[in-house]
Design a protein around this ligand. Sequence first.
Ligand code: MG
Length: 378
Amino acid sequence: MTTCAALIVAAGRGQRFGGSQPKQYAPLNGGTVLRRTLKAFCAHAGVGEIVVAIHPDDAALFAESAKGLPRVRAVHGGAQRQDSVRLGLEALAKNSPDLVLIHDGARPNISAVVIDAVVAGLADADGVLPAVAVVDTLKRVSGGTVGETVSRENLVRAQTPQGFRFSLILAAHQKFAGEALTDDTALFERAGHAVRIVAGDESNVKVTTMDDLARMNAALGEVRIGQGFDVHKFAPGNSVMLCGISVPHSHGLEGHSDADVALHAATDAILGTIGAGDIGQHFPPSDPKWRGAASHQFLRHAYELLQARGGALTHLDITIICERPKVGPHRAAMVASIAKILDLDESRISVKATTTEGLGFTGRGEGIAAQAVATAKV
Ligand code: MG
């Protein structure tokens, strides 16, 4: 039986990406970019051993991304992509598979269909490249002006996994070690081997920038709704904090922090989208550190937890329930305040108010209640 291994290249530092960590370890759809890539190969019955070429500094990040996945092991890559591929191939040489698929760790949307097409193509070819058509008109430019229009005829965009007969690609990498070639098929062609084209997939894109990642997270995420509710009672004072705005009133609100009941409800709503507990767990009232604390930091913390999971907040809708103070005159400032805390467009924030027609504790003017609903893609 033909054996097929996969080599995932994930040793790059991602100079164009600009995140706090290499792009292959950036959060994507509840895991990381690399984890999603690895899962696609682990789930494919035609792929046996999976070797990942990583940067030596990334051992811990890799372990987290590969946790629980079968048949996956890491080897240290080199300074350039080509060195990493060669070192990965040499690591695979011990078991010497018949075929190898070489794939970018930062192409997490690889489908079983494309993997199948590459493997099938290797039945009667030594090298296979998945590619997609060039649909946009191409222009050669110089100094900000168009020089000429380039014909799209016979042009395709190369993707990965690129598939090869293992012994041939290993020999080619060893022969041309140290030369800078852009991809593995370029090196394979240089060694005199033919490369067959099979259909790639438009969604098999490479994560290169933060924008790519945000788009991918938005496309992959599922819609989650979180809700929050909070009450604070009135105490002596002359203003209340609502949505980060100080609103003059005949009383203040009692609470361990600044008692911003609206931001507390909003914080719990955002935590709810990721099942991350409640505000009291993250900021215990028993901790003197939070005495009188400005509540915008609670909201910001919840939002950053959501972002750390690759999530994006779509909308936040807050309802403040009280007879007094009147919220209307402050509504615009409240929306602006929350938009600023979350660095979101004001169109994604809603602040509403209602009374309870004189009924219940809010009707008797004993305190203020607030509820919030957060919508997120996670
Ligand atoms: Mg509270």
